[in-house]
Design a protein around this ligand. Structure first.
Ligand code: NAI
Ligand code: MG
Length: 514
């Protein structure tokens, strides 16, 4: 009982810290370095996924607020681009120190905003977001062009790496802080200014993070707006002054953004969906592969990850053993309020996304061959009734062509398949429009290398299935996206433009006898 009381006190304390910030940030956006009201007076309710309660309102920005943010970023760019790169890096480093100091506020609001469990998700995400921020701050000195050997007499030949201008960054809700840092940190360090549009489902944690950054950044370097995709995202994409778009989200929206950006020849970075294979060969070390299935599926983020290993291929010799091990571990995971430190699994972000999971499960159970090995329901616990909870679910027996096995569910549902022929399995693994991430578990080096060569995925792992992180270049092939993020190449390739310079010093130097 005493422990239970302690736990309730802890949840209440987390809740108080988070709700105070939510209230303070409600109805606000950031323009010119300050928290302000939007021009648009309409708002979008922000819901706590753990209990369906209202935690704040996000301004429903439209073109006028986009214009205002772009104007602010335009003015700031004139100044920011001229600051020496390492000085910009130092300012970003100081901003990261401030984030570090206020991390408890960030973690708790992240958890309240997204429904992601504080211990397993919000704390680690805050750490990786700050780490990524530090990393880009430290890379400021690497923004350099190239110097070429003269291929014309008396001509100095070099290239520069310059900021592009105003960057439009559009992020989703599933790992909002890490994904925002992946965009704003390299862009700002490289000398650009940014208009960031938060996701309508989880705007407040991003606003808090950005508010802290304002304590170091000059006004206008980072402006933050909120609103729906069509109303606030689209005007940002088509705005003539915005010269670069970086986006993470669905394939459908990514494609529309690319089409719209094309008319102004604006470069885009797109990080889109996946339907990723997690493959276990008969010689795999099951002590790591079995937990690797759980980690790989990102079950403790309710499967809401583009890298979720949602198609699990298991060699038939070890199939039963792996399934038994995975099911046992799934049954040990504790689902509960995201702000409860004891919860392993929190809530799905919204009713809409919960319905998406329910829809795919309806489809799955219509198949006569399907067997639900674990989960398949909303939890019975009355405490969880008002939140958007769904049990971690593992199913088998579906035909690979089923939409459940082909489309990104972005919920806690994975499909298992048994196989006995490597080549046939690889064909199936590659047979989706996506190409984001893939994992293989084996002790056989030759097979591992064959897998690396043959798999159509941009992020490939052997004997581990960890989430992307700082300094690991990450991005998708095929319909999973365009460009890489999280490492130095993303800063240089996506947030700078280059000039080629030829300077002819003439012959005068030869003509003087000095
Ligand atoms: P979405 O792609 O609609 O939204 C992502 C962001 O794009 C949000 O900020 C949204 O406001 C914005 N947006 C939407 N329409 C836009 C438009 N026409 N122009 C500019 N910006 C626009 O994703 P949503 O609706 O939140 O989730 C639907 C599905 O998308 C998920 O079930 C999942 O399959 C996929 N998704 C993939 C993510 C990833 O990490 N790759 C992240 C989030 C969603
Ligand atoms: Mg959408």
């Amino acid at each position: 009982m005493i422990d239970l009381d302690k736990q309730q006190i802890e949840i209440a304390r987390n809740n108080e810290l988070a709700t105070n910030n939510a209230e303070r940030l409600s109805h606000k956006i950031i323009i010119d370095g300050k928290l302000v009201s939007a021009i648009s007076e309409e708002t979008i309710p922000v819901i706590n996924p753990s209990n369906g309660g209202l935690i704040g309102q996000a301004p429903r920005c439209r073109s006028k607020d986009v214009d205002r943010a772009v104007k602010s970023s335009e003015k700031a760019f004139l100044y920011w681009k001229k600051i020496p790169a390492r000085e910009r890096g130092k300012i970003m480093m100081q901003a990261a120190n401030r984030l570090e100091k206020r991390r408890r506020e960030i973690e708790t609001l992240l958890s309240l905003d997204t429904g992601n469990a504080i211990r397993t998700q919000a704390i680690p995400e805050t750490s990786s977001a700050i780490e990524l921020f530090y990393m880009f701050a430290g890379l400021a000195g690497e923004l350099k062009g190239e110097n070429f050997p003269p291929n014309m007499e008396h001509v100095l030949h070099y290239t520069t790496r310059d900021p592009i201008g105003i960057v439009g960054a559009i992020i989703p809700w599933n790992a909002p802080l890490f994904l925002m840092v992946a965009k704003i940190a390299p862009a700002i360090v490289a000398g650009n200014t940014v208009v960031l549009k938060t996701a309508e489902q989880a705007p407040l944690c991003v606003l808090l993070f950005s508010e802290i950054l304002q304590e170091e950044l000059p006004p206008g370097v980072l402006n933050v707006i909120s609103g729906y995709g069509e109303e606030a995202g689209e005007p940002l994409v088509v705005h003539p002054k915005v010269r670069k778009i970086t986006f993470t989200g669905s394939y459908e929206v990514g494609k529309e953004i690319m089409i719209k950006a094309a008319s102004k020849l604006c470069p885009v970075t797109l990080e889109l969906g996946g339907k990723n294979p997690n493959i276990i060969l008969s010689d795999a070390d099951l002590d790591i592969a079995i937990p690797g299935v759980i980690e790989g599926m990102r079950y403790t983020r309710q499967g809401q990850a583009c890298t979720a290993g949602s198609r699990i291929y298991i060699h038939d010799k070890i199939y039963d053993k792996v399934i038994d091990g995975v099911v046992k571990r799934l049954s040990e995971l504790r689902m509960g309020d995201a702000l409860d430190e004891l919860s392993d699994i929190g809530a799905i972000i919204s009713e809409k996304q919960l319905k998406r999971t329910l829809h795919y499960m309806d489809l799955a159970v219509q198949s006569p061959s399907v067997k639900v090995l674990h989960g398949g329901h909303r939890p019975a616990d009355p405490m969880l009734r008002n939140g958007f909870f769904y049990e971690p679910t593992l199913i088998e027996g579906l035909p690979i062509e089923s939409p459940v096995c082909q489309e990104e569910i972005f919920g806690p549902v994975a499909c298992a398949f048994s196989f006995n022929d490597f080549d046939t399995m690889m064909q199936s693994a590659n047979n989706t429009p996506f190409g984001l991430s893939a994992t293989l578990w084996t002790e056989n080096l030759s097979r591992a290398l064959q897998f690396v060569e043959e798999i159509d995925a941009g992020f490939v792992q052997v004997n581990q299935c960890v989430a992307p992180r700082a300094n690991v270049s990450y991005g998708g092939l095929k319909m999973s996206g365009l460009g890489k993020e999280y490492a130095i190449d993303s800063m240089i390739n996506h947030f700078t433009q280059s000039k080629t310079i030829l300077i002819n010093r003439g012959k005068s130097a030869h003509n003087h006898n000095c």
